[in-house]
Design a protein around this ligand. Structure first.
Ligand SMILES: [Zn+2]
Ligand SMILES: [Zn+2]
Length: 149
C-alpha cells in the first residue's frame, strides 16, 4: 500500500527548504489545474502584491532634461524644478512619492504594466508557472502550424 509520503513524492534526502518550495509549487499547480479562472486572478492587476522594497530602491533618478515639459502620469502634474522623480526599468518616469505610493499597492508600472519583482513567494511561483504554461502553449501552436501549414 502506498504511504502518504509516496503520494507526495517526498524523498527523505531532500533538503527541507527545497522540499517546501517544491511542494508549494506542486500545490499551486494543482490549484491552477483545478480552477484556472479563479487562481488566474492572482496575476490580475488589482490583486497584485506590492513591489519588493529592494526593487524600488534600485530605481534610478532621471536627468532633469528628461522631465522638462513632461507630466507625471499618476498625479497628472507637470514636473517642477525641484521635483524628485524615479525611472522604472521600462523607462517610464513618475514622481518619486507618486510612484512609491503606487508600488505599495501594485507591482505594475501604471502605464505599461511592466512588473517589478515582489516579496510574495506564492505570487512569484505563480508567475513562473504561468510563463511556463504560455511557453508550452506557444510551442504547441508552433508545432500545429508546422504540421498543418
Ligand atoms: Zn506625480
Ligand atoms: Zn512602464
Amino acid at each position: 500500500m502506498a504511504s502518504y509520503f509516496d503520494e507526495l513524492h517526498v524523498d527523505e534526502d531532500e533538503v527541507p527548504t527545497v522540499r517546501v518550495e517544491r511542494l508549494t509549487r506542486e500545490t499551486f499547480r494543482m490549484l491552477f489545474d483545478h480552477d484556472p479562472i479563479r487562481y488566474g486572478d492572482m496575476v490580475n492587476y488589482q490583486s497584485s502584491p506590492p513591489a519588493s522594497k529592494s526593487e524600488i530602491e534600485k530605481l534610478i533618478t532621471p536627468l532633469f532634461d528628461e522631465l522638462l515639459g513632461e507630466q507625471c502620469r499618476i498625479c497628472l502634474c507637470q514636473y517642477q524644478v525641484n521635483d524628485k522623480a524615479l525611472t522604472m526599468p521600462c523607462k517610464h518616469i513618475f514622481h518619486e512619492d507618486c510612484l512609491k505610493t503606487w508600488l505599495e499597492k501594485s507591482n505594475f508600472c501604471p502605464l505599461c504594466k511592466f512588473e517589478l519583482k515582489t516579496d510574495n513567494k506564492m505570487y512569484e511561483l505563480y508567475k513562473e508557472e504561468l510563463k511556463k504554461r504560455q511557453a508550452r502553449e506557444n510551442n504547441i501552436a508552433q508545432l500545429h502550424d508546422l504540421m498543418f501549414s
